[in-house]
Design a protein around this ligand. Structure first.
Ligand SMILES: NC(=O)C1=CN([C@@H]2O[C@H](COP(=O)(O)OP(=O)(O)OC[C@H]3O[C@@H](n4cnc5c(N)ncnc54)[C@H](OP(=O)(O)O)[C@@H]3O)[C@@H](O)[C@H]2O)C=CC1
Ligand SMILES: N[C@@H](CC=O)C(=O)O
Length: 431
């Protein structure tokens, strides 16, 4: 073995929080196994953090630095792992690492969905690898299947649960009757939530992942701002109860599909899912993703979607792959071959809906409501009416309808004297 064959590949770690601390520990504990898989040892040469003073069990203090730029720009480093999160300084640090000739591994979906194009181009121009399996659905291998395994097929739809925090919260609300705020604190304590959990509960994190999945599935570039998004902060105990009565659970679903005209329909919304549907039984912080493609047909991926150890698994998989490329020469797949596609306007996206409202409990109300929907081209599949004295709670499930048709019908219902108040709508899957 020559000196260069046995010399370690140098690794710089940016961030030592929930995920970074697990990556650092695994790098140290699994050093021998990783060396065997790569063919050369890995040497962790530094860890960038904000607070040097805090205790980090199992981490050698001598590795810590608060000068992330100096670490990311070191010309002797081979591989930089970015686990800070957020847009800046993460973007500048990744660009500095690429400029210094390092391959980069990141879990930063917010950055890739905001400005992936800049990062992808910089990596391609510099001839270094950029891997980001951990950016979508934690431990689940989903980026590599779309980027490599299915690249010869034609993917037509990607649908799933891609945020662990919101799935955990909704599951707790359904199964334990936990209130939203308590369930969110539990998710934060488990290390599932983003540093700012607004990203989770308002659906930004799931929308970022949807943008990445759609970019890979449809060989195009989709950004966070292209995704129609609604979070779970508006989901009430009454919504949960209504879903249960209908034999459903509420899940935050991301949906990306190819429209007939070649444009892409993208959305993240709380959705009533029939209990018999496979997505309904995905518990806690697990994620699950369905892919439909022309040749392969239907595929499903399921596993832990968040948390330190599961996410570290995806990061280390990318690290070994990028390290092997360094050892043997060659590069992984790039992102430079893509086509421009339109984005289907949110109002034109079709779904089935559950619309509920309080009405005067008198003859003819149901017919008036059905007529109002029909006038806007929306046909009803099922109706439930529950008398509450002089009033009744009316719930209707529509057949497939465009969002703008349902909104227009609801605006008209709102003006009808028979309809009292409390009109709410939610998408429906499989019920
Ligand atoms: N948590 C999860 O389940 C998952 C997270 N991800 C992604 O992984 C990334 C990391 O997430 P997570 O580990 O949860 O985040 P944390 O907030 O737990 O950790 C962030 C780390 O980055 C350090 N840091 C932040 N800003 C700076 C800065 N300006 N300079 C130097 N260091 C800085 C922090 O330092 P200090 O420790 O001193 O505060 C901390 O060590 C994010 O992109 C996230 O979206 C992806 C999948 C799952
Ligand atoms: N906050 C995210 C972490 C993983 O991506 C989530 O809850 O899914």
């Amino acid at each position: 073995m020559t000196r260069s064959e046995s010399a370690p590949l140098k690794v710089a770690l940016l961030g030592c929080g929930v995920v970074g601390s697990q990556v650092a520990r695994q790098l140290i504990e699994q050093a021998e196994d990783l060396r065997a898989r790569i063919g050369r040892p890995l040497e962790l040469v530094g860890i960038a953090v904000r607070r040097l003073e805090i205790e980090r069990p199992g981490i050698d203090r001598a590795l810590l630095t608060d000068d992330a730029f100096a670490l990311a720009s070191r010309p002797d480093v081979d591989l930089v792992i970015e686990l800070l999160g957020g847009i800046e300084p993460a973007r500048s640090l990744i660009l500095a690492a690429i400029a210094a000739g390092s391959s980069v591994i990141t879990a930063n979906k917010a950055l890739l969905a905001e400005d992936g194009a800049t990062i992808y181009s910089a990596a391609e121009d510099a001839g270094v690898d950029l891997y980001y399996e951990a950016a979508v659905a934690g431990a689940i291998p989903i980026v590599r299947p779309l980027r490599e395994s299915l690249v010869g097929d034609e993917v037509t739809a990607v649908v799933g649960i891609v945020n662990g925090t919101t799935n955990f919260i909704l599951d707790q609300m359904h199964t334990e009757g936990t209130d939203f705020s308590t369930a969110l604190v539990q998710a934060q304590q488990l290390g599932l939530a983003e540093a700012d959990p607004t990203a989770d509960v308002e659906g930004f994190d799931a929308a970022s992942k949807a943008a990445i999945l759609a970019s890979l599935a449809f060989h195009t570039r989709v950004r966070l701002s292209d995704v129609d998004r609604e979070g779970i902060t508006g989901v009430t105990a009454a919504d949960i109860a209504a879903a249960k009565e209908r034999g459903c659970v509420i899940k935050l679903l991301a949906r990306c599909s190819l429209s007939a005209d070649g444009s892409i329909a993208l959305g993240v919304h709380p959705t009533m899912v029939a209990k018999a549907h496979p997505l309904a039984s995905i518990p806690g912080a697990y994620n699950a993703i369905f892919i439909e493609s022309r040749n392969a047909g239907q595929l499903m991926f399921m596993g832990p979607g968040a948390g330190g150890s599961p996410t570290a698994s995806a990061v280390l998989g990318d690290l070994v792959t990028a390290a092997r490329n360094r050892v043997r020469g060659g590069l992984g797949p790039g992102e430079s071959h893509y086509s421009e596609r339109g984005i289907t306007p949110a109002g034109e996206i079709s779904s089935r809906y559950y619309v509920s409202m309080t009405v005067h409990d008198e003859p003819g109300v149901l017919a008036a409501v059905a007529t109002s929907f029909a006038e806007h081209g929306v046909s009803l599949q099922a109706v439930r009416q529950e008398s509450q004295g002089a009033e009744a709670r009316l719930g209707v499930t529509t057949h497939l309808a465009k969002h703008h048709q349902v909104i227009e019908a609801i605006a008209e219902l709102d003006r009808m004297p028979e309809v009292h108040a409390g009109i709410s709508l939610m998408r429906v899957e499989g019920a």
